[in-house]
Design a protein around this ligand. Sequence first.
Ligand code: PXP
Length: 245
Amino acid sequence: MQKLRLGVNIDHVATVRNARGSAWPDPLRAALLAEAAGADGITAHLREDRRHIRDADMEALKAGIGIPLNFECAATDEMADIVLRLRPHAVCLVPERREERTTEGGLDVAGDQARLTDYIAPLRAAGCRVSMFIGHDPRQIEASARIGAAVVELHTGHYSDLHAEGRQAEAEAELDALRAGARLAASLGLEVHAGHGLTYENVAPVAAIPELHELNIGHFLIGEAIYLGLGPAIEEMRRRMDAAR
Ligand code: PXP
């Protein structure tokens, strides 16, 4: 089985910084530590409300890191302009609602096919790998393939919640649906990623899905970094991912 890439999401370094309106902790410094610890990519979400990562962070990350930058954003004109200027390695389109605490559901690609086809065309032409953050619904996977996305990232948030609540049978059913989704996506020629809510305790069965190329993990790792330091926290996640394959 191919090695599974680990994308480290550093949004919540910026959350802590912004809580005091100061210049630290610096997301770029965290990204460089993640890179040194073996991260395969850095993921950052420039939200419309700039609640954590800001425009200047994205520019510093693009200029400063030596591994691919995965730019998460909503499919808005403002974000397309920024992406086309920065030309990150990858763009992951996510739904965004101002009142949500985090990205709570997947993107409705099937319901917005014509607009998204036009939206991603210039991003693809600029050389960005375009990813759709979706649930495991076959309709969303098929629509992502139809509009020309290179990648789908399957939302593992529901699985993570069920696992945390000890609802094992339902978590197992959700894993089965994620496995089927990964198989379908790969059969349509899509590269398959997954992420949201992953922890040391729940990562193994997801990491074991053979079609997966990449996991994107943030909140838990930044939390663990408080206890262990960011490098060791990432190394332990890497070890668990590799062990699961
Ligand atoms: N992937 C996507 C598309 C996300 O929006 C997020 C959260 O920002 C993650 C992965 C990482 O989720 P978490 O922070 O729960 O690990």
